[in-house]
Design a protein around this ligand. Structure first.
Ligand SMILES: C[S@@+](CC[C@H](N)C(=O)[O-])C[C@H]1O[C@@H](n2cnc3c(N)ncnc32)[C@H](O)[C@@H]1O
Length: 398
């Protein structure tokens, strides 16, 4: 078993330039890995056709890298939108199917234009055609969820509903439909009144008419060109992705993984379920299940005042499964940050050492650096120099 060389890890973390290549830029997600981390770990600690497991796969960074490097992979996450984006990001779509996208976008634009013209009261031919269309086959419904009008301007609600309805009725494969729905999901927060990707508070925004569509078009066309590149570069290795709770992994057999590469939720640092709540409401995904089962959330530790013990107990359940699922002697790479609960600094490496010790993992070595470099954290408040991130190498003893 080799170990983590500090200079090598720091070099990767500090000098990673393009962190959004191929499908990695498909959708925002808090505390994503920079892809260079799983890329390096997979190359260093596994062989072609091995199985790599990420039990907190989030937006699927490890899984995309596994697929690019010719490894099979398994991903689990409690966040339904994370699981959805992971699936889309690892899926190849044939070129002849992708060629349908520009036409579909033109259809959507015509419907949006007629809506926007009516909005301005212009009785042009196009607006007349729009009404005609509305009276004909095409119809859409506005979504219904609490405080909807607090979060969205009225015209935005209509534009998003038109885009979604036309994606849903498009004559395309389910894979392409999912790609388009992910592009749609991307647009939702920027055109809502939500302040930012990691601040769930409403602010006043003036979203111009047609802006939701323009953002959607830009995103969808960019995704299409990236899938074309991904098609060429990705292997045909298998990726199994589960929407599940990593405390309860009985559905996965013993000794099936050759490597674990993961980054768990850090205690009291994020509310993954919350930042994407509006998106999940639009897509009909179960955000409440994510809320109740998310480990380490700020909701649990700041609002509900749970102490570190709940987190440790939950993580212990996860680690016992990881020990069972990983083959004997195989490596477990974990990237974890420090956190603060009730003004007390909790060292991420100390937490992992305690968990490892109690669940049959042996510490090989670790490398640490200041937080903010290695995760694509988009909340500057977390770039606190007193906190560190730790890359820890364990091996499975049993
Ligand atoms: C640091 S993020 C992982 C980000 C990922 N490495 C990426 O590149 O996108 C931690 C993840 O743990 C997930 N999580 C929290 N509680 C969980 C649970 N009980 N079971 C499974 N996943 C959970 C969160 O939804 C989040 O996606």
């Amino acid at each position: 078993m080799t170990f983590l060389a500090k200079e090598q890890i720091l070099n990767i973390v500090l000098n990673a330039k393009d962190t959004t290549y191929l499908t990695h830029n498909f959708h925002p997600f808090p505390a994503k890995f920079i892809p260079q981390i799983p890329n390096f770990m997979i190359r260093q600690f596994s062989l072609k056709y091995d199985t790599v497991f990420d039990p907190f796969c989030g937006s699927g960074t490890t899984l995309v890298e596994g697929k690019l490097l010719g490894r099979n992979s398994i991903g689990v996450d409690i966040h339904p939108l994370g699981v959805f984006m992971s699936k889309v990001k690892i899926t190849k779509i044939p070129e002849d199917e992708l060629r349908k996208v520009p036409d579909l976008i033109r259809i959507i634009e015509r419907r949006i234009d007629s809506f926007v013209l009516k909005l301005h009261g212009h009785k042009t031919l196009l607006a007349f055609m729009g009404e005609h269309i509305k009276n004909g086959a095409f119809s859409y419904v506005l979504p219904d969820f609490p405080n909807r009008d607090h979060w969205f301007q009225e015209h935005v609600l209509h534009e998003l509903s038109i885009i979604k309805a036309l994606i849903m009725e498009a004559d395309v494969t389910p894979e392409l439909k999912d790609l388009l729905l992910l592009a749609f999901s991307c647009v939702i927060v920027p055109v809502s009144n939500q302040d930012s990707e990691t601040r769930y508070a409403a602010i006043k925004k003036e979203i111009p008419p047609k802006q939701p569509f323009l953002l959607f078009r830009e995103k969808a066309l960019d995704m299409v060109s990236r899938v074309k590149q991904f098609n060429q570069m990705a292997s045909d290795c298998r990726v199994d992705i589960y929407h599940a709770d990593s405390r309860y992994l009985d559905f996965l057999d013993d000794n099936i993984a050759d490597l674990i590469v993961t980054s768990p939720p850090y205690p009291n640092t994020y509310d993954y379920y919350l930042y994407h709540k509006l998106r999940m409401l639009w897509l009909g995904l179960d955000w409440e299940n994510a809320k109740f089962n998310e480990m380490g959330s700020r909701l649990r530790h700041s609002s509900q005042k749970e102490n570190i013990d709940t987190y440790m107990n939950d993580m212990m359940k996860c680690f016992k499964h990881f020990n069972r699922i990983l083959k004997p002697g195989k490596p477990f790479i974990i990237v974890v940050g420090d956190s603060i609960i009730r003004k007390e600094l909790l060292k991420g490496d100390a937490i992992i050492r305690e968990l490892a010790d109690k669940t049959g993992f042996k510490l090989v070595n670790e490398v640490e650096y200041n937080l903010g470099y290695a995760s694509k954290t988009f909340n500057p408040a977390f770039r606190n120099k007193t906190k560190q991130e730790h890359v820890i190498l364990l091996t499975c003893e049993k």
